[in-house]
Design a protein around this ligand. Structure first.
Ligand SMILES: [Zn+2]
Length: 302
C-alpha cells in the first residue's frame, strides 16, 4: 500500500513539474500548433477549438522582432503545424531551421501584393533596442480581408491534418469569419468618414490598414514610451507641412509627456493597437473592435 502511495505521489509530482526547458507535452490525440504571432494563435484557437493545442510563446515586445532561445525554437520544431505570417514577419526564421512539411505561410495566397515600408523618420530606440522596418510591411492582418484569408489558410491546414473533423473546423471557421466580416464592415464605415484626412502613424505598421480602407496615413518611427528627440519633432513638423495631420495613431498608450506635447501642436493621440502580441485582458477581435471605436470617436476633445 505504501509503495503504491509513493508511486502515486511520484507520478503526481512529476506531472506537476514542467520546467520551461522541457518539451511541450500535448494531450493525446491533439494536434500541436505553434504560431509566430497572436493573430494567428487566436485564429487557430477559434478554428481548432478542443481539437488542437496552440502554443504562442510569452514574448516581451513585438513578436516580429523576437529573438527565441534554442529551447524556444525546439518547441516550434516539435509542433505538428507551424503557422507563419509570411511578409518577412518573425525575423528569427532566418536563423532557425523549421521543417517545410509543417510550416504554413498564411499570407502566401494573398491576391494583392505585399507592401514595402516607407518611413519618414528612422532610428528610434525602443524597449527592444533599435530595430528597422526596412523591407516588407508585415502587419498584414490590419486589412481584415487579409486577416480572413490568413484564417482560411489555417482552416485549410487543419482540415488537411484532421480530415475527419472537417465539419467542426468549417463551422468554427464560419463563425470566426462572420465576426471578421462584421468588424470589417465597422472599420470600412469609420474609414469612409475620414476620407483622405491626413493621419500620422507613430510607427510604420499601418500600411495594410491604409491600403485596405483607403486611409491617408504616413508614418514616423516613434515608440510610445520614448520621448522623441529634437530631430524627431522637427521631422514631424516638416512632415505636417505637406501632410497636415491632426491625429497620430499609436500601437499602445503613449507617455503622457508625448501626448501633451503633441496636443500643444494640435495633434491628438489615438491608440490603434495592431495586437501582434497577446493583449493583457482582451482577445484579438475585442482589441480590433476597441481600435475601431476609438478611431470612430475621432480626436478626443482638446
Ligand atoms: Zn518598430
Amino acid at each position: 500500500m505504501n509503495r503504491f502511495l509513493s508511486f502515486f505521489l511520484a507520478v503526481f509530482f512529476w506531472a506537476g513539474c514542467k520546467p520551461a526547458g522541457k518539451p511541450l507535452r500535448v494531450k493525446p490525440g491533439k494536434l500541436l500548433v505553434c504560431a509566430v504571432n497572436y493573430p494567428l494563435a487566436y485564429f487557430a484557437e477559434r478554428i481548432g477549438g478542443d481539437l488542437i493545442e496552440v502554443h504562442f510563446p510569452k514574448i516581451d515586445g513585438d513578436p516580429a522582432f523576437w529573438k527565441p532561445s534554442r529551447v524556444d525554437i525546439r518547441k516550434f520544431q516539435q509542433a505538428d503545424v507551424i503557422l507563419l505570417n509570411g511578409a518577412t514577419y518573425a525575423k528569427w526564421r532566418g536563423t532557425a531551421s523549421l521543417p517545410d512539411s509543417k510550416t504554413v505561410d498564411t499570407s502566401a495566397d494573398f491576391q494583392d501584393p505585399l507592401l514595402p515600408v516607407k518611413v519618414e523618420v528612422e532610428h528610434q530606440h525602443g524597449k527592444e533596442g533599435e530595430h528597422s522596418h526596412a523591407g516588407t510591411a508585415f502587419t498584414t492582418w490590419l486589412d481584415l480581408k487579409q486577416a480572413g484569408q490568413q484564417a482560411k489558410a489555417i482552416r485549410d491546414a487543419l482540415v488537411k491534418r484532421l480530415p475527419d473533423s472537417q465539419p467542426i473546423l468549417d463551422e468554427n471557421f464560419s463563425a470566426l469569419n462572420k465576426e471578421l466580416s462584421e468588424v470589417e464592415a465597422e472599420l470600412s464605415e469609420v474609414a469612409e468618414k475620414f476620407g483622405q484626412t491626413p493621419l500620422v502613424g507613430s510607427h510604420p505598421v499601418y500600411q495594410y490598414l491604409a491600403r485596405g480602407y483607403d486611409l491617408n496615413i504616413i508614418s514616423v518611427h516613434w515608440e510610445p514610451s520614448v520621448m522623441p528627440d529634437a530631430a524627431g519633432w522637427e521631422a514631424l513638423s516638416n512632415l505636417r507641412k505637406k501632410h497636415p495631420a491632426k491625429i497620430m495613431l499609436w500601437e499602445e498608450e503613449p507617455a503622457k509627456e508625448i501626448v501633451e506635447k503633441l496636443k500643444e501642436l494640435g495633434v491628438a493621440s489615438v491608440v490603434f493597437n495592431p495586437c501582434g502580441n497577446r493583449h493583457r485582458s482582451l482577445d484579438w477581435l475585442a482589441v480590433m473592435r476597441t481600435n475601431i471605436s476609438r478611431l470612430g470617436a475621432g480626436p478626443p476633445k482638446q
